[in-house]
Ligand binder design. Structure first.
Ligand SMILES: NC(=O)c1ccc[n+]([C@@H]2O[C@H](COP(=O)([O-])OP(=O)(O)OC[C@H]3O[C@@H](n4cnc5c(N)ncnc54)[C@H](OP(=O)(O)O)[C@@H]3O)[C@@H](O)[C@H]2O)c1
Length: 289
């Protein structure tokens, strides 16, 4: 039995889908107010709880062999505490393998990014826990772009904040789900950290070009500088310092490059035994011109 947290999220949903397609038993950790009917229809066991409640975590972990931590959120209680509680509960209940979804660049010491800092601390805790684990550090998810592509279809406009030449290797969210699911039964993935991205390094300005090809439309790119974002963030900070702090993670994402090297692509493809999907291929599967 797999336990998947964040089972209604972009990644978690795909993990549950793929597990059910291969007829594996999966317990989906969801909130009462989440939209989990698809997971239920696919035959997942639904566990309703709150990841901020350690008692819920302890109950959810009982009887499972594998845990995949795929939840997200800006709050420290989710990014840090809930993962520490999950690891402790997994250890106590003899879980065989723990997959942690971290983030690419978590080891770069970004001071202004609470999510990155929390994930690095969780990684260290998991590595020292004695559990068998795989840590996946993905770049940005291709599924983030689906709603932007649909907007582009309507307006032809793409908002690109910051340097258009900044590079990334956006990962197919379906590939990442496949990697997460395979890790518990793949010896080469045990006690390993993988940086995960797509097969190509793209400049950010390539994204509207891809949308343009899919919809056969010349993109109109709006390109405010990062300084505009900083100004807005400072203004928000005057009204709400907490929101300003959490925007630090977004700023880190906008101001830095997140891509993996060809060697890292080759390592993933060799360990997991399949070819990573390009961003354009992913988008063409999800949006229709
Ligand atoms: N998206 C990216 O580009 C990206 C890139 C690198 C790494 N990551 C990491 O990958 C993981 C998955 O990201 P994602 O984009 O798939 O996440 P997402 O779509 O934002 O989904 C977050 C999930 O966490 C659940 N959740 C939030 N608060 C909860 C709580 N208190 N109790 C129980 N469940 C709760 C949400 O449930 P509800 O449906 O009820 O809200 C949802 O299922 C995260 O750890 C994220 O940091 C994401």
């Amino acid at each position: 039995m797999f336990l998947v947290t964040g089972a209604t999220g972009q990644l978690g949903r795909r993990i549950v889908r793929q597990l059910r397609l291969q007829e594996s038993c999966v317990r989906a950790f969801v909130r009462l107010r989440s939209d989990y009917s698809e997971l239920e229809n696919r035959g997942a066991e639904i566990f309703i709880g709150e990841l901020t409640q350690v008692r819920d975590i302890e109950k959810a972990v009982r009887g499972v062999q594998f845990v995949i931590s795929a939840h997200g959120g800006e709050r420290e209680a989710l990014n840090y505490r809930a993962n520490i509680d999950l690891i402790d509960a997994a250890k106590e209940h003899g879980v065989q393998h723990f997959v942690f979804i971290s983030v690419l660049g978590t080891d770069r010491g970004y001071e202004d990014a609470p999510t990155f800092k929390a994930k690095r601390e969780v990684e260290k805790y998991l590595q020292a826990s004695g559990l068998n684990f795989t840590i996946l550090r993905p770049s940005g998810f291709a599924s983030n772009l689906i709603s932007l592509a649909e907007q582009f279809q309507r307006t032809g406009v793409y908002l690109l904040i910051g340097d258009p030449q900044s590079r990334s290797s956006i990962v197919s969210t379906d590939d990442l789900a496949r990697i997460a699911i395979a890790s518990p039964t793949l010896e080469a993935a045990y006690h390993q950290i993988f940086s995960i991205g797509g097969p190509e390094i793209l400049q950010r300005q390539a994204i509207p070009q891809i949308f343009g090809r899919i919809y056969d439309r010349e993109p109109i790119i709006l390109n405010p500088p990062l300084l505009a974002f900083d100004g807005l963030r400072t203004a928000i900070g005057l009204l709400n310092p907490t929101v300003k702090e959490s925007l630090g993670t977004l700023r880190t994402l906008l101001a830095n490059e997140f891509y993996i090297t060809p060697e890292e692509v080759a390592r993933i493809e060799s360990v997991y035994g399949f070819k990573l999907e390009s961003l354009e291929n992913f988008m063409r599967r999800y949006v229709s011109p």
